[in-house]
Design a protein around this ligand. Structure first.
Ligand code: TXE
Length: 479
């Protein structure tokens, strides 16, 4: 299978006919090849976007709404094919792709297609001497660069608001999981999206990604990925005065108080630890438990984790599929070795899982729980981004807070308590862009989404995203 670029409405290989191999995490076998694009391909995409943008803006919000809704309907029509493809490309259980990834991609398209119909701006009357109104216009051609963990979910999370406000887009999905974006491109052709409005350039970050970041005609970059990559992108984009939205890494704390609803907490904490093989930047990888219930939590949690089924992503009963790449598997296993060196005790998991038969070369690992480490060791400070969590007891709220806030990240926190005043007190004091109380990954797309500290710059979601992809102009008229 050839995964082609989508430039100016056409599906085409990279110039120079360069290709990357695309293996499936499920069995480690190459099943497709990806256009290995470079600056010349990005130049073509930007040229197409620049030509298409004025007409796309002039189409108006109703016209853009209609086009995005047609695209959403085609993704929904082919939901199963997208779910199977996402699972094959990423290694996640197909049940997860069917339940989370693809439905959310459809919601992203529909949410922003409709949001633009209701989006207004503001006016300010100045003491009877002037009236001001704020005009919000699309910034032009934008770059959207997305990661491999939630491929279509995060790809559409970026392109939908950009397209809805009238920008034209040059987008690059991760070279590790390009398939669903390619399938979306095929549906763009079928939906009759005007050529050049959306351009998808496949390839590596160092070539295609860097060319998008550095292109002088791209006015804004929306990026989701690792913190180190975000910093590299910022060093290029900032001196070019591009708008930047950076959604980066996380090392999220789950704070469990004895007064919580234990059974609900336990079930959700297994999910927040290991969903998508722990490869969601919002996963709770540091679990802090009030000492009076620590032993009970440890026993019940480890029992639940041992019962999780690591298996064929195509099998409906699988809880954990394969991690996304061989290199990533080695990276996660390396973190477990480090944890042991730092004095951690592996309560369950900690090793690669070899399935038999055709899946013997797939990249599977056991969900892993580690205890006995303090808050400041590397294992509790560095993002692992795999099915690995640590447990730490705490005695006081102050201690839990200091621990939760002790990393350079600030993306999400999860708080389990039924004490109302504590909910507000802790939510206020936790240094993260998202705080979930007695839930995890409960998402309202209108809310601001993103991290602080080294988890990112800016916010996505709702009006935040529409404002990111537009320039605000104040027009002041003397009365
Ligand atoms: O990131 P990478 P990954 C974080 C998550 C983890 C990481 C996983 O916590 O740390 O992202 O994603 C392209 N110039 N989040 O490993 O390598 C690359 O090709 C331009 C946080 O994929 O940074 C890919 O398309 N582009 C997030 C994309 O950047 C470059 C949710 C990401 O790649 C580039 C998901 C360069 N120099 C993951 N180098 C959140 N906060 O929501 C690479 N790329």
């Amino acid at each position: 299978m050839d995964i082609l670029n989508y430039i100016n409405g056409q599906l085409r290989p990279a110039q120079g006919d360069a290709w990357l191999q695309n293996p499936s995490p499920r069995d480690g076998q190459v099943f497709s090849r990806i256009a290995d694009s470079a600056a010349a391909d990005v130049d073509l995409a930007v040229e197409a976007a620049r030509s298409a943008q004025p007409g796309w803006e002039a189409l108006g919000s109703q016209g853009r709404h209609d086009a995005l809704m047609r695209l959403a309907a085609l993704v929904e029509r082919d939901m199963e094919a997208f779910a199977q493809a996402e699972s094959r490309d990423n290694g996640k259980p197909v049940a997860l792709a069917r339940k989370v990834d693809i439905p959310r991609a459809i919601s992203n398209l529909r949410f922003f297609a409709t949001a633009i119909l209701h989006w207004g701006s503001e006016a300010h009357a100045t003491d009877g001497i002037a009236v001001n109104y704020t005009e919000r216009s699309p910034v032009g051609v934008v770059g959207c660069i997305s990661p491999w963990n939630l491929p279509l979910y995060l790809f559409t999370w970026k392109i939908a608001p950009a397209l809805a406000v009238g920008c034209a887009v040059v987008a690059k999905p991760s070279e590790i999981t390009p398939l669903s974006a390619y399938m979306l491109a095929e549906r763009c052709v079928e939906a009759g999206l005007p050529p050049g409005v959306l351009n998808i350039v496949h390839g590596t970050g160092a070539k295609a990604g860097a060319a998008i970041t550095a292109h002088p005609e791209i006015t804004a970059i929306s990026f989701t990925g690792g913190t180190a990559t975000g910093a590299r992108i910022a060093t290029v984009a900032a001196p070019m005065f591009k708008k930047l939205s950076l959604e980066l890494g996380g090392k999220n704390a789950v704070v469990v108080f004895a007064d919580c609803d234990f059974d609900m907490m336990l079930k959700e904490t297994v999910r927040s630890s290991f969903s998508n093989q722990g490869q969601i930047c919002l996963c709770g990888s540091r679990i802090l438990v009030e000492r009076s219930i620590y032993e009970r939590f440890k026993k019940d949690f480890v029992a639940c984790v041992k019962a999780l089924r690591v298996g064929d992503p195509q099998d409906e009963t699988t809880d954990l599929g394969a991690v996304v790449a061989e290199a990533h598997l080695q990276k996660v296993l390396g973190h477990i070795a480090l944890a042991k060196e730092e004095g951690g005790i592996v309560l369950t998991g900690g090793e690669r899982v070899h399935l038999d038969g055709p899946l013997k070369d797939g990249w599977y690992m056991a969900p892993t729980v580690i205890e006995g480490l303090g808050p400041l060791c590397r294992t509790n400070q560095e993002e692992i981004f795999g099915p690995v969590v640590t447990l730490q007891p705490f005695d006081t709220e102050e201690e839990a807070l200091a621990n939760a806030n002790s990393t350079r990240y600030g993306l999400a926190s999860v708080l389990w308590t039924n004490n109302g005043t504590r909910m507000h007190r802790m939510a206020h004091a936790l240094k993260s862009g998202v705080v979930w109380v007695n839930c995890w990954m409960l998402r309202d797309l209108r809310t601001p989404f993103g991290g602080m500290k080294q988890s990112g710059v800016g916010r996505e979601g709702g009006e935040e995203a529409l404002r990111f992809f537009t320039e605000a102009k104040n027009v002041c008229i003397k009365l």
